[in-house]
Design a protein around this ligand. Structure first.
Ligand code: ADP
Ligand code: MG
Length: 355
């Protein structure tokens, strides 16, 4: 199959006076599984509808397979879109729902039959082809919607929160099925979600969108380990983000965490992942400091503990700031309780400075 790219160049889109996408530029590579992650209202659906041709931008350019498609109608773009609601025909069988697009295109009977059965077997629904949508589970309906979109062989697959109507176990299973189907077909795919775990566990690359502005684009690892700003840091995994002015007010001896890089001192936020900090009893601090001269210790009080299976997440108050610290379990590990006085240990390599 011919794998195609998608390019958005300086796209602005608004509804009336409301600006929704602001000078948005994005490159989706041929054949990749690209996740678009952002909170509700950030413009994710608007962007997908724009690529599909249901929305029109006021300025900028949109290329699919290297060709400007801004003037093209949806059916000319060969873009398939799956909606969160599935939008299946309730009175038609699975087979007829899937065949619908081919009937509309007046595809010859034998070809139609072989295409519908091929795609239904890809999504493992051939045995249920005679059923009506109401006789299917949520996950099966989702697969019908997917088959109906794929049967007309689009060049691009757009998925708008396709799993959000499913329960958690099914969602995890379906996202892996989606990914393996995408890999088999090699179709360039944009997967919209507001669930960071869903994005990170599937995407080759991903973008974080906030208020119609792309905050960062990269691999899930890039975004997790090197978030570009405090929005991305908070949205992709749990991150403690503490402003330098709050730290100054807390009188904590945090300045040792700064490296010699002068630029970092002007940064506004210190951030660290919950599992990167260490907790020790407040009184045992001096010896620990001797052992680890590079470690900085900040005083804190445990507020609460949440058992998470592989670790316990402690909410700790550091002066007026609340942070999370995850500690793994083990026979030698101390368990902390509310009101315990602790020292929070951080090394320069474990913190990032954000703007
Ligand atoms: P998301 O999919 O990330 O939740 P949307 O693209 O649906 O975000 O919406 C982005 C913003 O645009 C929201 O503030 C929403 O209210 C607004 N919006 C979406 N569609 C329309 C529309 N047809 N008319 C006016 N405003 C809209
Ligand atoms: Mg949406």
């Amino acid at each position: 199959m011919n794998k195609v790219s998608i390019q958005c160049r300086n796209i602005c889109l608004g509804y009336g006076a409301t600006e929704v996408l602001k000078n948005l530029s994005l490159d989706i590579h041929p054949g990749e599984f690209f996740a678009l992650l952002g909170p509700s209202g950030s413009g994710k659906s608007s962007l997908l509808r724009l690529i599909a041709g249901f929305n029109h931008h006021q300025s900028g350019q949109l290329f699919i397979d290297g060709k400007e498609v801004s003037g093209q109608a949806p059916w000319e773009r060969q873009v398939g879109m799956v909606f969160q609601s599935y939008a299946l025909w309730p009175h038609l069988s699975v087979w007829d729902n899937v065949a619908f697009g081919l009937v509309e295109r007046k595809v010859e009977r034998d070809i139609l039959k072989s295409k519908v059965s091929a795609i239904l077997s890809q999504v493992e629904l051939l045995d249920l082809a005679y059923r009506k949508p109401s006789q299917l589970s949520g996950g099966q309906q989702q697969r019908v919607a997917l088959a109906r979109t794929l049967v007309v062989e689009p060049k691009v697959l757009l998925l708008d929160e396709p799993l959000s109507n499913l329960d958690k176990t099914l969602r995890i299973q379906m996202r892996q099925e989606l990914l393996s189907l995408q890999r088999r077909l090699g179709i360039t795919t944009i997967f919209v979600t507001h669930d960071q775990e869903e994005a990170m566990s599937t995407a080759d690359r991903m973008a974080v969108l906030e208020k119609g502005v792309v905050q960062q684009v990269g691999s899930p690892e890039d975004l997790y380990h090197s978030p570009a700003n405090s929005f991305v840091a908070n949205f992709v995994g749990t991150m403690n983000v503490v402003s330098v002015s709050e730290l100054n007010q807390s009188h904590a001896n945090w300045s040792a965490l700064q490296s010699d890089n002068q630029g970092e001192i002007a940064s506004k936020f210190l951030s660290f992942r919950p599992h990167d900090a260490q907790l020790v009893a407040a009184e045992s601090m001096p010896t620990s400091v001797l052992k680890e001269p590079m470690q900085t210790w900040l005083p804190g009080i445990v507020l609460s503990a949440e058992f998470m299976g592989h670790a316990t997440r402690y909410k700790v108050r550091m002066s007026d700031i609340e942070i999370f610290v995850d500690q793994s379990h083990g026979p030698e590990k101390t368990k902390w309780h509310p009101n315990d006085r602790v020292s929070i240990g951080l090394k320069p390599a474990q913190v990032r400075w954000l703007y």
